[in-house]
Design a protein around this ligand. Structure first.
Ligand code: A3P
Ligand code: MG
Ligand code: MG
Length: 381
């Protein structure tokens, strides 16, 4: 589609061509005190089943059931089942905000604010946690850019990711080795989780990546109220924080670390993503399995999300949580400043590539519109 030229009312053409505002991303600009971030509260839950069907309940929630020792014994085999017990989600199907909007539509009564019809969804922003994770890590990201589509509808800004050409190419040309690595991440979950609170893991089962359990949380960053959903790996009702979302545990795999230099690099480049993903929804623990070359897990390590900043504090060249959060706050303020026309058919596409500021284009074509007609009708009616 073609982009409309950004137009700002009141700008005189005599003063030369008006340039749309951009948002810089250099970390030094966002260094400062940690902004206000309200403790995330769980508003709801939903599940996607083996056929990727939506259910407004927690049927896919799994339970944290780690082995008793720090080294799994008998050994985990993360490669087991890759060829014959793997049902992969069709990643070419772009789902956008679909399932989250289903949850919002089903919970309209609780989300409304003010006189009837005034603000049907009482939040400044509705989006996926994963989109916000990308925003948080932007000041430190040097590899992958992003595209975020934004529409203002009935007082709420909806933010939905659009796949970049580079990401699409990577996805379509992913090597068998990378696909097996991705499988190993899911397989680790099978070894660490049970289907019932008192059950034990059954690692012989099929890995089906259509299945997901999602939490919907409400929080506030500075002056921005947020409602977002995120996929959660499991819960530990017997842990130190029994209430959702703090009871949730994020599972991760990572190549085994052999030297202090490797650990430092892991802190700098990988832990930032783990931290951002879990900090946003208030998930209190990340349990990592360090992979050995044979596909076994050499060691397990628990990271408390709120203590990660202590691990990186001593490294001067490392990322800072405050920079991530301050940048996110500035980005949300930028969206509010730019997207002011309340119209689900109008899409502002915000684009970012490493080394550049965030810029945007305006679109009115059907190709860019992402709020489904059924949702617009449900919320308008
Ligand atoms: P890891 O946890 O070992 O990275 P998540 O950790 O967010 O719960 O995701 C579970 C697994 O999905 C990941 O395991 C990884 O294997 C796979 N995965 C997640 N995001 C991915 C991406 N962008 N590309 C490829 N695989 C991904
Ligand atoms: Mg997960
Ligand atoms: Mg995980």
């Amino acid at each position: 589609g073609t982009a409309e030229a950004p137009a700002e009312p009141g700008e005189s053409p005599k003063r030369g061509r008006w340039a749309p505002p951009t948002l810089p991303t250099e970390p030094s600009l966002y260094d400062g005190p940690f902004p206000f971030y309200r403790r995330p509260a769980e508003e709801g839950r939903f599940s996607l089943d083996a056929q990727r069907r939506y259910h407004p309940d927690a049927r896919q929630l799994r339970y944290f059931a780690p082995p008793p020792a720090e080294h799994p014994d008998p050994a985990f085999d993360l490669r087991h089942g890759y060829r014959d017990r793997y049902v992969r989600r069709d990643e070419s199907r772009r789902e956008g905000l679909e399932h989250l909007l289903q949850w919002v539509a089903g919970n309209r009564d609780r989300l409304e604010w003010g006189p009837p019809g005034w603000r049907p969804v009482n939040a400044d922003f509705v989006t996926w946690r994963g989109h916000l994770t990308k925003v948080l890590t932007t000041p430190y990201e040097s590899q992958e850019g992003w595209l975020l589509a934004v529409s203002l509808f009935r007082g709420t800004l909806y933010v939905s990711e659009v796949e970049t050409a580079a990401a699409r190419q990577q996805r379509e040309q992913r090597s068998d080795m990378l696909q097996e690595l991705a499988y190993m991440g899911y397989k680790f979950e099978r070894y660490m989780c049970a289907d019932t609170p008192d059950g034990s893991p059954d690692p012989t089962g099929v890995v089906n990546t259509n299945e997901a359990f999602c939490t919907v949380v409400r929080t506030r960053l500075g002056s921005h109220s947020l409602l977002f959903a995120g996929e959660v790996d499991c819960t530990d009702p017997r842990g130190a924080w029994p209430e959702a979302p703090a009871c949730y545990v994020e599972l991760k795999t990572c190549k085994e670390l052999h030297s202090p230099a490797q650990r430092k690099s892991f802190y700098r480049h990988k832990l930032i993503k783990w931290w951002a993903q879990s900090f946003l929804p208030g998930v209190s623990r990340i349990v990592a399995g360090f992979r050995a070359p044979d596909g076994s897990v050499a060691a397990l390590e628990t990271f408390e999300t709120m203590k990660i900043f202590q691990l990186i504090r001593g490294d001067r060249g490392c990322w800072k949580p405050a920079v991530c959060m301050n940048f996110c706050e500035a980005f949300l303020a930028f969206l509010k400043r730019v997207v002011t026309e309340d119209d689900p058919q109008l899409v502002h596409l915000f684009a970012w590539e490493p080394g550049s500021p965030v810029s945007y284009t305006r679109h009115r074509d059907a190709e860019h519109v992402f709020l489904p007609a059924w949702y617009v009708e449900t919320i308008s009616g």
